[in-house]
Structure formats: C-alpha cells, structure tokens
Design a protein around this ligand. Sequence first.
Ligand SMILES: Cc1cc2nc3c(=O)[nH]c(=O)nc-3n(C[C@H](O)[C@H](O)[C@H](O)COP(=O)(O)O)c2cc1C
Length: 286
Amino acid sequence: MSDPAFKSLADVIAHRYGKGTVGGGKSGKDMPADDVLAGILNRRTHRRYTDEPVPDDLLDVLFAAAFSASAKSDLQQGSVVVVKDAAKRKALADLIPSMPWIGKAPVFMVWIGDSRRIRRICELRGKPFANDHLDAFLNAAVDAALAMQTFTLAAEAKGLGCCPISVVRNHLDAIRDILELPLYTFPVAGLCLGWPAQTGFISMRLPPKVNVHTDRYDDWDLAEELQGYDKRRDARFAIPADSHKMTDVYGPAPFYGWSEDKARQVSTPERDKLGRFVRAQGIRTD
Ligand SMILES: Cc1cc2nc3c(=O)[nH]c(=O)nc-3n(C[C@H](O)[C@H](O)[C@H](O)COP(=O)(O)O)c2cc1C
C-alpha cells in the first residue's frame, strides 16, 4: 500500500535507500507515489497481526494473483500448502518457538518447489523425464519463490502483511512428515499472513550501485559502499547492543553495522542438510 507521507516515488526510494543514493535523488521525482510501484517500494515484513481473520474469497484472489507470476518454460513448478488443521499448525509452530508469529498469524502456508507434477505429466503422457539434474531443483525453487513474492505484493496491496519463514528448512524431515510432502517436492519457505497490528518499517537496502552492474560485473568499490550503507542504516535503526551476535567469539565490534552483523551470522554453519534432504526426495543435485 502506498504511504500518504510520500508524494513521489523519489520520496519512497529515498526512504528505502537513503537520500541521494538513487539517481542523485532525482529519479522518480515526477512520478506520484500512488501506484503499484509505490506499493513495491513500500513493502515490508510484518510479524504482528490482529485477530481478524482473512476471508476465504480474498485468499482465493491472492492465490490467483500469486500463480499469475511468470514460470520457467510455463512448466508451473510452484505449489503451496495452506495449513488449516489446528494440530498440524501447532506442530509446525512448536518446531520454531523463537518465532511465535508462525502460530499466531491468522494464516500460515508453506511454499513448495514442485518437481513432481511435471514428472507425473511425463508419466501420464508416456514420455521420459530427461532433465533430472540440478536445474530441475533450481527451476522449481525459483517458480515457488516468484509465486510467493507475487502473493506477498498482492496481499500488501489489499492491506495485509506477510512474513516469509525460511527457518522451516531447519526442520526438513518434520515439515515433510507433517505436510505429507511426496517425492520430488521440497519446502522453499513458510509464509505468515494477517492484518498488520503495527505499521512496520521499511528496511534500508544496499544502494543499487552495489547490485546493478553495467556490461560487466564490477564490485571494486564494495568496501566503500558498505561503509556508507552501514552508516546510513545505523543512523536510521542502530542495532542494539543486546542484539549483537557472537560477542563471545568475536568480542565487541568498534562499529556494529549491517555488514558486521551479516558476516557474523553466516560465520556459523546453518542448514547444511538441504542437499541430503533434496536428494532423499528423489531430486538430483549434480
Ligand atoms: C526467503 C525468506 C525467508 C525468510 N525467513 C524468515 C524467517 O524464518 N523468520 C523471520 O522472522 N523472517 C524471515 N524473513 C524475513 C526477513 O528477515 C526480512 O525480509 C528482512 O529482514 C528484510 O526486511 P523486509 O522484508 O521488511 O524488507 C525471510 C525473508 C525471506 C525473503
């Protein structure tokens, strides 16, 4: 949803990236912040919801929008499991007590990379499935992710809020059992959905200078750009000292910004069982 505080897209962009970081602050100045682009630029994760239910017909519309996302070769390899059964929902929430929004959100679903349907279609049409390699996994994961993000933007356009949950992949075997996921399917992410109880906030992003390259990949100025980004982010929302990670291992940082936080986060192994799980689901990763 667009925010009335923003008059032009340049205003929303400045809030997302920091003043002057995109087109010197000029790009989007003549474009009113009243359309789908303003909604995209305003997107934010919501983890607290009111108790108001989400009507089924609205959910139908959101799924119709989600699966309007582009899909590799029109193979349509995304699926979603909406968890309505109370016992299943509790079992999922109990797996991840550190994220109570999973149990409390009015709606919870798990987006699935689905390489099963096309294999069944091959069987039904008497053809071999001759693409059993890593690309099959990637295509299904991408289709599911595109549909999930399209769902999120559609939900936000109707005033709802979402929170994706990749932590479901910390419990792959349990998720497979609870959702009865058959061979050739795998969870990509959970998604909480509900009416936001708070306005939330726009999380600042790296400037497009860092991830938009021209003609060739070029990251020579990453260190300098990171410094500027860390400072801009810190000025908006400093990471409180009690949220600094792994101080027992790395000690206090002279300046604890986003890049220090993310480097510490990925310095311990996480989810290294995904390959084993996907292969056990029958999907090859070579
Ligand atoms: C694939 C994916 C998985 C995520 N997993 C979790 C999660 O397990 N728990 C959670 O609270 N947030 C999760 N998030 C939300 C991110 O933390 C959030 O997108 C990020 O902090 C940036 O904030 P923003 O979405 O408001 O821009 C996930 C987001 C994505 C895209």
